[in-house]
Design a protein around this ligand. Structure first.
Ligand code: PLI
Length: 462
């Protein structure tokens, strides 16, 4: 049973530090210009507090670093693979696993196997790489998340829930055999790090079960979702996060995992599945794209660190501190009156760029603009999660126009302190004060795939 604590204070102390570069405003202006106003194109040496992503940016524990020394770098049958397989079975409960170099490697293999051309892939909001792999495999993503997820002001605690009527409608219209599977993320990144409830997942299992449709789980941040269930869902307050994680996984048929988030490693991922035939196909396909089925693009030492990270990630004390730090930053911004997605998400605080810069049309890229302004102000690096990330509709060629136009302040796990969070909050508040003087951007270079990573922009004149 989880212990009640008043404070979210960290259950660890610092043993090694990495110095940060402090830059001047002039240096940052120059760097941003050279980066085409895209924070992805900044050299990290010119970043003070890096909130671009929580992906692969965690600090590993001393146990994980010690585990790295136990790497068995055999091409085939590394002992670390078997340790990883055992950890996944123990903490997540899936039967068969295929390691991959990171989450999108697993998405590629799973999509190619499970999606037939023309099939629909309904999901609780899109994620960039996930949807792209679904589309490349010939599938069509359909958003079946509850409407509350698209409203940054809605205080609904489970904005990651599936709207079952939307799914039923899709089944009625096209038939169950036109649905490749239902794609469920815990938590929902693009909605602002919002969880799905266990009750909703159970109802989804019942509905899909009736129609023989599988549920595939993007479990990238499953422990964070489990923590929110523990905190906010009736009947779960006395259950440990580890227990809730396993219950979530048991309601699904398979998963893709970017271990670079929850699982506290700098690289790695896997696909997991309970069906032997799909596993056999995936285990064969992994040798084409990733590496042998007992390493899948990872070094032995990486698999060892992941096995240990998985265990650490589901501990109540860890997850309370991790989410507690995010909530701390969120609360500071709320107290300052800055518009953010509510409720505060579990892996980051999402600034509502439409409300922050209401004078900019979405085609002037308000979130991209705001992320750039924040960097110039303080060297804090954030990420656009709006129209640039949403990309273009393949059929019409026009931008997708997402309702949410957000800047994500993503908190790496076990990396920054409360004082760093204060610096971030104060910088956001400064930018908010002079928001009326901020002009938008125009896109001057647009790559074909996942454009947000490499697109370049120029400032629009005043
Ligand atoms: O970055 P990958 O390939 O290890 O994982 C892709 C991926 C899949 N699902 C979800 C929910 C993600 O958040 C995710 C990657 N997210 C990144 C890189 C992020 O910055 O949020």
């Amino acid at each position: 049973m989880p212990q009640k604590r008043d404070s979210w204070a960290e259950p660890y102390k610092i043993k090694m530090v990495e110095p940060l570069t402090m830059t001047t405003r002039g240096q940052r202006e120059k760097a941003l210009e050279e980066a085409g106003h895209n924070t992805f194109l900044l050299p990290s040496e010119l970043v003070y507090i890096d909130l671009l992503t929580d992906s692969g940016t965690s600090a590993m524990s001393d146990r994980q670093w010690a585990g790295m020394m136990l790497g068995d770098e055999a091409y085939a049958g590394s002992r670390n693979f078997y340790r990883l397989e055992a950890a996944i079975r123990k903490y997540y409960g899936y039967k068969y696993i295929v390691p991959t170099h990171q989450g999108r490697g697993a998405e590629n293999i799973l999509s190619q196997i499970m999606i037939k051309k023309g099939q629909f892939v309904p999901g609780n909001m899109y994620f960039t790489t996930t949807r792209l792999h679904q589309e490349l495999a010939g599938g069509r993503f359909v958003d079946i998340i509850v409407d509350e997820a698209h409203d940054p002001e809605s205080l609904f605690p489970f904005k990651g829930n599936v709207d079952l009527d939307k799914l039923q409608g899709l089944i009625d219209q096209h038939g169950a055999d036109k649905i490749a599977y239902v794609s469920i993320a815990t938590t929902v990144n693009m909605a602002g790090g919002q969880p799905i409830s266990m009750a909703n997942l159970k109802a989804l299992r019942e509905l899909t079960g009736k129609h023989g449709i599988r549920i595939i789980h993007d479990m990238t941040r499953v422990a964070e979702n489990a923590f929110m269930i523990q905190q906010n869902e009736a009947g779960y307050g006395t259950k440990a996060v580890a227990e809730i994680v396993k219950e979530i996984c048991a309601l699904t048929d398979g998963a893709t995992m970017s271990a670079k988030k929850d699982a506290l490693v700098n690289i790695g991922g896997f696909m997991a599945i309970n069906d032997w035939d799909i596993f056999e196909e995936a285990r064969n396909m992994v040798v084409v794209y990733e590496g042998l089925h007992t390493y899948g693009g990872m070094a032995g030492r990486d698999m060892e660190a992941m096995a240990i990270g998985i265990e650490e990630s589901v501990q109540d004390d860890h997850i309370r501190a991790r989410v507690g730090q995010v909530f701390y930053l969120g609360q500071r911004l709320l107290d300052m009156g800055v518009p953010i997605v509510k409720p505060v998400g579990t892996h980051g605080v999402f600034l509502d760029a439409k409300a922050f810069l209401p004078h900019l049309p979405q085609t002037a890229f308000p979130a991209q603009t705001l992320a750039a302004e924040l960097y110039v102000d303080s060297g804090v690096r954030a990420m656009e999660r709006g129209i640039v990330s949403a990309g273009r509709n393949k059929e019409t060629g026009d931008h997708y126009y997402p309702k949410l136009e957000l800047v994500r302040l993503t908190i790496p796990r076990r990396v920054y302190t409360q004082a760093h969070m204060d610096v971030v909050a104060e910088s956001v508040a400064r930018v908010y004060e002079h928001r009326d003087n901020i002009t938008g951007l125009k896109m001057v270079y647009e790559p074909k795939y996942l454009r947000f990573f490499q697109a370049k922009f120029e400032k629009l004149p005043k």
